[in-house]
Ligand binder design. Structure first.
Ligand SMILES: [Zn+2]
Length: 365
């Protein structure tokens, strides 16, 4: 394995899409449950996979074990050190400058953005999940006529402190959203349907309404695209399905994950001035193939349009793995493309590691 390009190894990253880490210790079963989007299965181990091999090779040394240590020994070492120490070690080792934290997914207690930033020694910023705001408005007892205004007011209030917004329309209705801004009458009619069973929003008109509200506030709007857990219908998550809506939006459109549609996402980033992409989640899930993934994503994506993200959730190891495999992939890319000796190589690498995110989210440097 070639050495990392020094300026890639040293460059602190902006992770523009991630979640909190568990506050509790993670035993072997928890490690298996959270390693991949699929979790455990009978008769085998999720660690026998590309991401499992990368985990076992890269993570044990951070806790003072030899590379390749068995998972049960690793879990024992984790328990001895405790969650606080393990969280801090991996998050510090990831080498992060800033984090944009999606606070909309917390199936059990996890760190707040401030706690995560403290553990990582990085600045933390919040990304507000649009559907959560709609579901909270519904739970507050608002009626259909008041729903649109209540959502708009809350998003405006939250925008003052948030770095951006995120849509999970992909998880609920797929990405084939219509381009038009829904009228007040359409929003009211859709809200009437939603409020009859308001716990989980899944209504095309309302996902689209939320996106337009976020767009009006001018902050970057993240879209889940491509790879996710078994709740997504992956064939409905091709970012190309967003093309008609992208044509109408004016705020930065941030396409998250994208795999296996990362080449399609690269096309959108090339042809639309306000579209940006990443390869989060896939970067660590593909393990040693992360270099191939990045090379494919960058076939069309302009270097000023690609961002780093881990999409890590729960396990601090995933922040570290995402960062380590991204550095490996970017280093390989710069070397293979003969960019390493070009005077601009360092500037280009810095854009993808941090500069693009700082510019688009207007983060302090
Ligand atoms: Zn995520």
């Amino acid at each position: 394995v070639a050495e990392l390009v020094p300026f890639v190894a040293e460059q602190r990253l902006v992770d523009h899409h991630c979640h909190g880490v568990l506050l509790r210790d993670a035993d072997e079963a928890t490690l298996e449950a959270l390693l991949t989007e699929g979790g455990a299965f009978p008769g085998g181990s999720p660690f026998d996979s590309a991401v499992g091999v990368a985990f076992r090779r890269l993570c044990p040394p951070v806790l003072g074990l030899f590379p390749g240590a068995p998972v049960n020994e690793y879990a024992e070492r984790r328990a001895v050190l405790g969650a606080g120490t393990v969280n801090r070690r991996f998050l510090r080792a990831a080498g992060l400058a800033s984090l944009c934290v999606d606070t909309g997914y917390a199936p059990e207690p996890i760190t707040s953005p401030a706690q995560l930033g403290e553990l990582a020694g990085a600045h933390a910023h919040e990304i507000v999940r649009l559907e959560v705001i709609a579901e909270q408005a519904a739970a507050s007892g608002v009626d259909a006529a008041g729903f649109g205004g209540a959502v708009q007011a809350e998003l405006t209030r939250r925008a003052a402190h948030a770095a951006g917004f995120k849509s999970i329309a992909a998880y609920r209705v797929g990405l084939e959203l219509r381009p038009e801004r829904p009228s007040a009458a359409e929003v009211e009619a859709a809200a009437g349907q939603f409020l009859r069973s308001p716990r989980r929003l899944a209504h095309e008109t309302l996902h689209r309404f939320l996106v337009w509200c976020a767009n009006d506030l001018g902050k970057p709007v993240q879209f889940h695209a491509g790879y996710g857990d078994r709740d997504v219908n992956l064939h409905q998550c091709n970012p190309l399905l967003l093309t008609p809506l992208i044509r109408e939006l004016t705020a930065p459109v941030m396409l998250l994950h994208n795999y296996p549609f990362h080449r399609e996402a690269g096309y959108l980033a090339q042809v639309f001035p306000h579209v940006y992409v990443d390869a989060g989640l896939a970067t660590h899930n593909l393990g040693f193939r992360a270099s191939a993934l990045l090379a494919e994503a960058l076939e069309l994506t302009p270097y000023g349009k690609f961002l780093y993200s881990s999409d890590a959730f729960g396990l601090p190891e995933l922040y570290y793995l995402g960062a380590a495999l991204f550095r490996r992939a970017l280093s390989d890319y710069l070397s293979q493309q003969s960019l390493r000796e070009v005077p601009d190589a360092e500037r280009i690498a810095e854009l993808m590691c941090a500069g693009n995110a700082r510019r688009i989210y207007q983060l302090p440097s």
